[in-house]
Design a protein around this ligand. Structure first.
Ligand code: FAD
Ligand code: NAG
Ligand code: NAG
Ligand code: NAG
Ligand code: NAG
Ligand code: NAG
Ligand code: NAG
Ligand code: NAG
Length: 534
């Protein structure tokens, strides 16, 4: 870790090299050449087609597309970067910032590439991608129950390494193993442990960041305001997170997993209605999601809705069953529905793998087929009335909803105990569950992508009467440009606050803008949803 004096020294050295670089690069008309020349002057250890990729390098398209999870942003009409830089060492990150500034290029920071709106891979202005996928070391200290994780690691690698180090430790982040640690923790990060331990960002205790001047800062040198902002304020507004120090949490050696499905004919509507009233009050060891989609074909009249009560309990089946019998007997869960397994194995189970799947699969970056999709989010403060569900089901019988799915995740527990301003993520007490709305479509259907997006907007509009409003709460890790966006960085604080700013951050938006103004007064780190200057 860098001490302030080393950071300062590095900074001074960079400035002097910077001066030479800028005078020469400005004579080179081609920005790609100017950028590479700047990098080369600064540090000769960048290697073409290994740590820098231009459109001439044969690896360019592979590297570019590898890091775009939502296939909507792989089309030929999507703007492409001039250069992709994949640093082999942390010391290569500051020069990328300085050279992008020097040559006047936008920078897109990419860790796992799971951004819903492709913001880690696309810009409307000439840009470079800084892809951190090769910076992925994970250091676990079982004795202190902490770990340092580099941004380019995926959460599956983290879960795997923790499980190998200790059978009773885990980390409360997302369910999908391929999400990147860098962007994920910067936006909050929730998963099956949220009711017991809160968000991933609630469990971050230190971070290393490269600021706009190319200085490497840690919690002590960045100060508490910036440290507050990076834990949930969304990636890419304040600097480049190199690594996070996280607090590990305790889980039993075995947890119990079950998923029971109920169709409309099996009282799915009554059950999901009741779920809303109780899931946020369950014992904090129990997380029960309610997920629904259409099953069966509409044309043959076989279509129905399946509601999946997808659950994990931090304890044995013997303790779980009495608890369910008392609070949710109508669901009818029996012992045969339940399987005990390690927490890490439960993550594989939640991703559709059997109990025999080797834990190593958590480290595999290509387990989830990448797809085309549009998503939105909501928060719910009081149960949706029983009568409103029919309208939702009707929308799911429309043809665009073949690949649609909605996920309700219960809050309560630790989520309600953490203050709304502890970190930028504001949706705590008062919220009984969160909603994720998703619609997927296939490559063949992509010519009609607009129809699926329009269907998603219709669903969102229908939900509008029943969910939080003024602001209509949304989750920054489920980015949705329909809520509004910066006009190439020119949107004022007030304009942004009236639209997406309050939706994602509610009462914390102003403090975020304050921090932004202090640490990046030139608004270098900007994108469609970055925090504006005050
Ligand atoms: C299939 C899938 C499943 C998901 N499941 C969950 C879930 O269970 N729980 C949950 O909370 N979320 C979930 N998400 C959402 C996920 O948390 C966000 O998409 C998150 O931002 C992804 O981080 P990333 O590093 O993979 O993305 P990227 O696309 O690399 O980055 C996302 C944003 O952060 C910025 N950024 C990336 N790295 C850095 C860095 N090192 N420093 C500064 N800024 C950076 C990017 O520029 C971009 O703006 C899921 C997403 C997908 C696609
Ligand atoms: C250049 O990069 C190497 C490793 O990639 C690093 O050790 C060295 O400190 C860097 N030099 C400068 C001047 O940044
Ligand atoms: C360039 O890199 C890609 C992937 O990183 C690799 O597949 C390809 O063989 C490399 N090409 C050359 C000429 O080294
Ligand atoms: C359906 O579920 C609700 C809520 O759990 C319950 O009150 C109702 O009795 C159930 N109806 C039938 C027909 O089982
Ligand atoms: C955990 O569950 C597995 C699989 O069901 C079982 O074989 C194992 O004995 C259990 N371990 C403990 C410590 O309960
Ligand atoms: C990772 O998963 C993909 C898709 O299932 C599979 O094709 C590939 O072989 C796996 N890689 C490893 C190293 O297991
Ligand atoms: C944004 O503002 C800058 C200067 O402040 C101006 O040059 C530019 O044209 C503006 N862009 C848009 C899209 O309004
Ligand atoms: C960055 O550098 C500028 C100019 O040297 C300085 O004024 C500013 O305080 C620095 N910013 C930070 C966050 O250190």
């Amino acid at each position: 870790m860098s001490t302030p004096s080393i950071a300062l020294l590095f900074h001074l050295v960079s400035i002097s090299i910077f001066a030479i670089a800028s005078s020469s690069s400005h004579r080179t008309a081609d920005p790609t050449e100017a950028f590479l020349k700047c990098l080369g002057l600064r540090n000769h250890s960048f290697v073409p087609n290994k740590s820098t990729y231009t459109r001439r390098d044969s690896g360019y398209s592979t590297i570019l597309n590898l890091g775009i999870n939502n296939l909507r942003f792989t089309s030929t009409s999507t703007p492409k970067p001039l250069v992709i830089v994949t640093p082999l060492d942390e010391s290569q990150v500051p020069p990328v910032v300085q050279c992008a500034k020097d040559v006047d290029l936008e920078i897109r920071i990419r860790s796992g590439g799971h951004d819903y709106e492709g913001l880690s891979s696309v810009s409307q202005l000439p840009f470079v991608i800084l892809d951190l996928m090769l910076l992925r070391s994970i250091d676990i200290d079982v004795a202190s129950r902490t770990a340092w994780v580099q941004s380019g690691a995926i959460v599956g690698e983290l879960y795997y390494k923790i499980a190998k180090a200790s059978p009773i430790l885990a980390f409360p982040a997302g369910v999908c193993p391929t999400i990147g640690i860098g962007g994920h923790l910067a936006g909050g990060a929730y998963g099956t442990l949220l009711r017991k331990y809160g968000l991933g960002a609630d469990n971050v205790i230190d971070a290393r960041i490269v600021d706009v001047n190319g200085s490497v800062l840690d919690r002590k040198t960045m100060g508490e305001d910036l440290f507050w902002a990076v834990r949930g304020g969304g990636g890419a507004s304040f600097g480049i997170i190199l690594s996070w120090k996280i607090k590990l949490v305790q889980v039993p050696k075995n947890v119990t997993v079950f998923t029971v499905t109920r169709t409309l004919q099996q009282n799915a509507t009554g059950l999901i209605y009741k779920w809303q009233n109780i899931a946020h009050k369950f014992d904090t060891n129990l997380l029960m999601r309610a997920i629904f989609n259409r099953i069966g074909a509409v044309e043959t009249g076989d279509a129905t809705i399946g509601v999946y009560f997808n659950s994990v309990f931090l304890g044995g089946v013997d303790k779980l069953l009495p608890l369910l019998k008392k609070s949710f007997p109508e669901l009818g869960v029996v012992k045969e529905d339940c399987t005990e397994m390690s927490w890490a194995q439960s993550i594989l189970n939640f991703n559709g793998f059997s109990i025999n799947e080797p834990l190593e699969t958590l480290q595999n970056r290509s387990i989830n087929p990448r797809r085309y999709f549009k998503a939105k989010s909501d928060y719910v403060t009081k149960p949706i009335p029983l009568s409103a569900f029919q309208g939702i089901w009707n929308l799911f019988f429309e043809k665009e909803a073949t690949g649609a799915v909605v996920i309700f995740t219960p809050y309560g527990g630790k989520m309600k105990d953490i203050s709304k301003s502890a970190i930028p993520f504001p949706y705590r007490s008062g919220n009984i569950y969160s909603i994720q709305h998703l619609v997927y479509w296939s490559e063949e259907e992509n010519a009609k992508a607009e129809n699926y997006i329009a269907w998603m907007r219709k669903l969102y509009s229908y939900f509008g009467a029943y969910v939080s409003n003024s602001p209509r709460a949304a989750y920054i890790n489920y980015k949705d440009l329909d809520l509004g966006q910066n006009n190439l960085g020119n949107t004022s604080y007030n304009e942004a606050n009236n639209r997406w700013g309050a939706d994602y951050f509610n009462g914390n938006f102003k403090r975020l803008a304050n921090v932004k103004t202090l640490v990046d007064p030139g608004n270098f780190f900007k994108n469609e949803l970055s925090i504006p200057l005050l």
